[in-house]
Design a protein around this ligand. Structure first.
Ligand code: ADP
Ligand code: MG
Ligand code: ZN
Length: 629
């Protein structure tokens, strides 16, 4: 838009100057017609050229000090002064008439400035387009991709350099197979994955994994970042994407890696953003989609696109649909075993004291990402060097770790021991209630590893089938599971914590819907009470204005009753299975992530009381000491 405005202003100025100086006869003296007639009578006018609208010519210089003649002009209307010729003859002026100027000629003349600007514009644009096209480079070269090409030999990392990401590596093996032996896949005719999206919090090794994939497959690697494609000029980002893929296709088989892909892959129409308008972002994204769709054709020279993001939720749906980034690999913060592996990898070049216990180091660094661990290990080596030690001691690592934590705590990712315990019981509560209730979805995974998306831990439930209709009993069980975390905290610590706020919100929302939308409250009956959804400044808001205050009161008390009922139900379940809760929580604290089956195992261990190995009583005594806090 600004370009357009600037062009118009320049054009107007040029037009003004053009008319003022060229059409008005340069720096000639302007005379009023009256003055002109006076000068004719005074014999000052020497020559006159009479046009249809003006008279120009020379006259003796009115500035008598300088003398000589100067040009003049005056405006004139044909036929207005019948005596003009007679007067000129009387004054002995050398006069003539100009040929009538053609209408087309004068139009062309007045359009000339626009024409000139247009030509300049056109050439500039062509230059830029040529640059953007990447073919000739152009004088600006803006359309050149800034991606760094790393040859197979230069990559220098393999999966051996990545720790604690076994699941991700397993998923990437297929890609490697495909890059190594595309023919094998081609003969079977299966559709090959084109894009792999690595999702995970910062520093968990996404970039590293992408490089290692190239290293394992022995193919060149084009490294770029989403922000490189974000420019002010519409079309430049798209041109760079095109150029990047052209280069990659020329070097195929190859991997194109786009780091922080959310910079270009943001959902279209998400509002105007500073630095490159929507048009530019949309074009770039469309080009990327086109490239991903386009390079399928040559099965023997595959190009795999890998991208990384820590904000998958903002990505455009079109990017994630099947056939594009259809492989999504989640990379999380490492668990205990993963941390041991990563610490071992990053202590390869470092001389550790012979009593350096890597497992202990891993145990004291819950919530650390791979990058944090690498950082801590490096810091420990520096500390040891500073005190002139022969080898890195565990105390060096502890000090280094504290430094890293100081940096991390701002991001509230690292939990202290007490918080870990709270989270372990909280998640165990969710899992056990889910395992105990007949209508709840089975538990797939329980973890107390903090994740970037805010949760301090999570219990993953896997529905056994798609559900479209839920019964009241099922909904109630769901709510009980949601509140299982808080119930466990209450049962064990007998105190409330902020950790359950998200659960409470979800449970309350669901209960409210049960009452106001699904008609599941006896007191309120099968009537819809949910307000109309309205849009306010683009955000949905509830309009409850039709409800009477009495009804609202009843709704509130019903919500409260239903939520409290389910919390009590969860609490009584956990009280009954207190030993299993202990068992599961301790297991979680020890290994941080456990399978869903651990919940059933915990319940089973309870069924065979005391006799086995004495662990239930031990757990029980532990719980007593916890209860005192
Ligand atoms: P991301 O791209 O996820 O933000 P990076 O791949 O850039 O993280 O990781 C930064 C550095 O942290 C890596 O170069 C590596 O040294 C270290 N690192 C991160 N994760 C791991 C891991 N799983 N195993 C080994 N090193 C890791
Ligand atoms: Mg990265
Ligand atoms: Zn919870």
């Amino acid at each position: 838009m600004w370009h357009g405005v600037a062009y118009i202003i320049v054009a107007l100025i040029a037009l003004y100057l053009f008319q003022h100086y060229l059409l008005s006869g340069g720096a000639n003296t302007a005379l009023t017609y009256n003055q002109f007639k006076v000068d004719v009578a005074a014999k000052k006018i020497k020559t006159a050229e009479i046009g249809s609208s003006r008279i120009t010519g020379t006259m003796t210089n009115p500035d008598t000090a300088k003398g000589g003649t100067v040009g003049y002009y005056t405006y004139y209307q044909t036929g207005e002064d019948p005596d003009l010729v007679k007067d000129l003859q009387a004054a002995n002026v050398d006069y003539s008439f100009t040929a009538p100027s053609s209408a087309i000629g004068s139009i062309l003349l007045s359009l000339l400035p626009f024409l000139i600007i247009g030509v300049i514009w056109y050439f500039l644009y062509r230059r830029m387009a040529a640059g953007a096209g990447g073919a000739g480079g152009g004088i600006f070269g803006v359309g050149r991709s800034r991606a760094k090409k790393v040859t197979a030999e230069q990559v220098g990392v393999t999966f051996a350099d990545v720790g604690g990401a076994d699941e991700a590596i397993a998923e990437l093996q297929e890609i490697i197979q495909f890059l190594k032996t595309p023919e094998q896949f081609a003969t079977l005719g299966g559709r090959i994955p084109k894009g792999v999206l690595l999702i995970g919090p910062p520093g968990t090794g996404k970039t590293l994994l992408a490089k290692a994939t190239a290293g394992e497959a022995g193919v060149p690697f084009f490294e770029s970042s989403g922000s490189e494609f974000v420019e002010m000029f519409v079309g430049v980002g798209a041109a760079r994407v095109r150029d990047l893929f052209e280069q990659a296709r020329a070097a195929a088989p190859a991997i194109v890696f786009i780091d922080e892909v959310d910079a270009i892959g943001q959902s279209r129409g998400a509002g105007f953003t500073v630095g490159g308008g929507n048009d530019e972002r949309e074009q770039t994204l469309n080009q990327l989609l086109a490239e991903i769709d386009g390079f399928s054709t040559d099965v023997h020279r595959p190009v795999i696109i890998m991208a990384a993001t820590n904000r998958p939720e903002v990505l455009d749906k079109a990017l994630l649909r099947a056939g594009r980034f259809d492989r999504q690999v989640e990379v999380g913060n490492p668990d205990l075993i993963g941390r041991v592996q990563i610490l071992k990898i990053h202590s390869r070049g470092i001389k550790l004291a012979h009593d350096f216990d890597v497992e202990r180091a891993a145990r004291i660094t819950p919530g650390f990402s791979g990058a944090d661990l690498a950082n801590a290990m490096n810091e420990a080596a520096l500390l040891a060097a500073r005190r002139n030690a022969q080898a890195v001691h565990i105390t060096d690592f502890e000090i280094a770790m504290e430094r890293v934590i100081a940096g991390l705590e701002k991001k509230t990712r690292v939990m202290n021991e007490r918080e870990r315990k709270t989270v372990a019981y909280h998640e165990s509560g969710h899992a056990l209630v889910a395992a105990l209730l007949p209508n709840a979805d089975p538990v797939a995974k329980i973890s107390i590893i903090p994740r970037a998306r805010g949760a301090l831990g999570y219990t993953l439930q896997m529905p056994t089938e798609d559900r479209y209709i839920l019964t009241e009993a099922e909904l109630k069980d769901r709510i009980a599971v949601m509140l299982g975390g808080r119930a466990a905290e209450l049962a064990v610590f007998d105190s409330l914590s902020t950790g359950a706020s998200d659960d409470i919100q979800k449970a309350t929302e669901l209960v409210r819907r049960m009452i106001t939308e699904f008609g599941m409250s006896e007191r309120l009956g099968s009537v819809r009470y949910a307000g109309q959804q309205m849009m306010y400044l683009g955000n949905p808001v509830m309009d409850n204005s039709q409800l009477s205050p009495q009804t609202e009161e009843i709704i509130d008390s019903e919500v409260r009753r239903l939520v409290t009922d389910q919390l009590e139900r969860a609490q009584s379940l956990l009280r009954e299975h207190r030993a299993a809760l202990e068992h599961l929580a301790q297991k979680l604290l020890a290994s941080e992530t456990v399978d869903g089956s651990a919940a059933d195992e915990a319940l089973a261990s309870e069924a065979v009381p005391v006799a086995e190995d004495g662990s239930p009583p031990a757990a029980a005594s532990e719980s007593a000491s916890l209860g005192e806090r």
